[in-house]
Design a protein around this ligand. Sequence first.
Ligand code: IPD
Ligand code: CA
Ligand code: CA
Length: 263
Amino acid sequence: MNPILTTAWKAARKAGQMMHRASSNLNNIKIDNKAANDFVSDVDREAERIIVSTIQEVYPQHAILSEEAGQLGNIHAEYQWIIDPLDGTTNYLHGHKQYAISIALLHKGTLAEALVYAPEHNDLYVASRGQGALLNDKRIRVSSRIDLLRSLIATGFPVVDQSMMNTYLAILKDVLAKTAGARREGSAALDLCNVACGRVDGFFEFNLKPWDVAGGALIVQEAGGIVTDMQGEQAWLDSGDIVAANPKILAQLLQIFAPHLAV
Ligand code: IPD
Ligand code: CA
Ligand code: CA
């Protein structure tokens, strides 16, 4: 691992140990509602404190965008970290093991480095632009499946901002009819990593935030996958509407979406 990923890994490992320890006493965790269906706990905040301080110690001149703390440092800085200290908070608070830490680094606005760590599975996904993607030190690739009818698709429900709910449900109905099935596992970062290592053939979700997707998206790209928004364009980091898949499945998913998104 290069020095940037080594620092990210040091931060994620410390935060992951804390999260795992705290998960043995879920009743003691203080939980606040940010909005309906949107929770933040002491564990999210403590994980963020650990990750941000570890990165700032080594790279004090870098800016950071982190879910709970917001923008730290100059938004126009050459290097900008994007951090989700706990992706899958709802799972975590229920003792469900599908949750992760996501850390990405933009260099001059382009995703350069990514790390996603799932403490309960001890799975570490990393990618550096142009260098491929690894899961626990082994090279990963997106699936080679081309037949949509045999494909397994991950997704997330739009429960926080429900403005897209009807469109989403119509799309999901179509996806269920035209694929082998869909999964909603509750961590967008891990959904993307599952695309990257071929456990699912594609993923789509509306209204995500940059910290949900920045890390996982680079890992998909470096594993040979494609990431777009619902129209097949590159606005996904800003809009939060994202599709990720191997190239053949992505094209077929976009064809399913198109009639639902036409105005
Ligand atoms: C959530 C997870 C979930 C997705 C939500 C996100 P959080 O992140 O990624 O899979 O469906 O939209 O908000 O709140 O647990 O960090
Ligand atoms: Ca998240
Ligand atoms: Ca989070």
